[in-house]
Design a protein around this ligand. Structure first.
Ligand code: PHE
Length: 463
């Protein structure tokens, strides 16, 4: 059992309250925007298969460890790691792990907010009927016009940061639970509707085939480690919200009675199902309309509106879809900032509202870099065998999700598997020393750290 019973920031009202908040954090732009475009850029069915393996073998064990640490420490990630290290008679430098997470959260939220801004913009474009009977050219044109206009991007980015700040300022429980309880199931149903539309297109099976059947051809000119495994691993961390303390902070508000293992499986399954549904909805449209699967970050903004333009009541459903996507992004952005806000409240002796305002301003400022990198400051470079055209934005995304999050995950695994006493993890998970615990313990001690290490060493070119 945890040493402390509750965090000073409050606690989830029930097990479902926590689960919904964690699902709200996990399900977001990562599933619907990022997953499909990475599948398209990095090897189709092979990428999907490797991604699923990463979620199961590395993602879930690390999520369990991260929540376990959060609940045992009951503070923000920096202080949690320091005090756990203290309890286990280890160096206070473990607090750096928390700092790394706070930093990664800032980097991610800075561009996350800009992409969420695209979503906001699309609510109005789809709602105004811009895409009725539109073809690929129109869809591309609308997207390119939007991202070439820094003023518009800035305005949407600003609105989104303000939305996030309002919810965080209200506190974790009040601000979050209700939003997620109603809107997440609605998003799920709309995705099913999109899948139904995809089934009516000519190339439905081609899309499914592309997603689920690994094809040697997609490996052509690609290096398995750096072009498929590394981005798939990064996506698993990004999508599950692990490796940066977001889920650790949520774990610190979790009651001692809730089962961590059961919750983690539920969260991971929900997250994965949403990502796969998004893929099933998008790729048939990509093939039917002759789009390029490797169209990059604009992929869903250039495909889904075409579908809405064709289907009955498309303007209504399209508008609703982007509204729900906005909510999904909103509940994720909150968790990206929560570690920083909790840190400021605990260490700077300021109110939650003030802390949120400062964190919000910083995140907003950072976001300006992404806004400009999509137009005036754009430059291109190559990563994972793909040409990236949006300079700093792509760079932030790559550094945070492919390096900082997995590195955070590696340290979490090493801490929970090797440095913490076994009796501490046994007590906190509270599931006895049976096969479930043994499997987790093996994964967190060997599979996750070794897997991550091999991928890292490869990424820096050591073999
Ligand atoms: N998981 C979120 C998404 O898929 C993004 C996120 C990453 C949130 C890391 C918190 C921490 O959109």
């Amino acid at each position: 059992m945890s040493i402390k019973n509750a965090s000073i920031h409050g606690q989830w009202s029930s097990r479902w309250g926590f689960m919904l908040a964690a699902i709200g954090s996990a399900v977001g732009l990562g599933n619907i925007w990022r997953f499909p475009y990475l599948v398209g850029e990095n090897g189709g069915g092979i990428f999907v298969l490797v991604y699923l393996a990463c979620v199961l073998l590395v993602g879930i064990p690390i999520m369990i460890a991260e929540i376990l640490l959060g609940r045992r420490g009951r503070q923000n990630p920096v202080n949690t790691m320091q005090s756990l290290a203290n309890q286990e008679s280890l160096s206070r430098h473990w607090g750096l792990l928390g700092w790394m997470g706070v930093g990664a959260g800032f980097i991610i939220v800075s561009y996350y907010s800009v992409i969420a801004g695209w979503t906001l913009a699309y609510i109005f474009r789809v709602g105004a009927g811009v895409f009725v009977d539109a073809d690929v050219l129109v869809a591309k044109q609308v997207f390119v016009t939007l991202i070439s206009d820094p003023e518009k991007l800035l305005a949407w980015h600003t609105i989104f940061i303000m939305l996030a700040v309002i919810v965080i300022a209200r506190g974790v429980e009040k601000g979050l639970e209700n939003t997620v309880k109603i809107l997440m199931p609605m998003l799920f149903f709309l995705l099913l509707l999109m899948v139904a539309y995809a089934m009516s297109t000519e190339k439905f099976f081609e899309g499914l085939h592309y997603l689920f059947i690994p094809n040697q051809e997609h490996l052509a000119n690609k290096d398995f480690f750096s072009d498929i495994l590394l981005p798939a691993l990064g996506q698993a961390f990004f999508s599950l919200s692990i490796g940066m303390g977001a889920i650790m902070a949520y774990g610190s508000y979790l009651s001692n009675k809730t089962s961590i293992v059961f919750s983690c499986f539920t969260i991971a399954i929900a997250d994965t199902v949403v990502a796969l549904l998004a893929g099933i909805a998008i790729f048939p449209i990509v093939f039917t309309y002759g789009l390029e699967p490797a169209s990059g970050p604009g992929l869903i903004f250039m495909t889904l509106p075409i579908a809405f333009g064709q289907m009955p009541f498309g303007t209504f459903f399209g508008c609703l879809f982007f509204i729900l996507l906005l909510f999904a992004a909103w509940t994720s952005a909150i968790s990206l900032l929560e570690p920083a806000v909790a840190w400021a409240v605990e260490n700077c002796n300021i109110s939650r509202i003030k802390a949120t305002a400062w964190v919000g301003i910083l995140a907003w400022l950072f976001g300006l870099l992404t806004v400009l990198s999509l137009n005036h400051w754009a430059f291109s470079f190559q990563f994972a065998g793909v040409v990236k055209e949006n300079g700093l934005f792509d760079l932030f995304d790559i550094v945070a999700s492919n390096f900082l999050l997995p590195l955070g995950g590696l340290l979490i695994a090493v801490f929970a598997g090797w440095f913490m006493r076994k009796q501490s993890t046994l007590a906190e998970l509270d599931i006895g020393n049976g096969w479930v615990y043994q499997c987790w313990y093996f994964a967190i001690r060997y599979i996750a750290p070794l897997g991550l290490l091999i991928i890292f060493l490869n990424a820096v070119g050591l073999f």
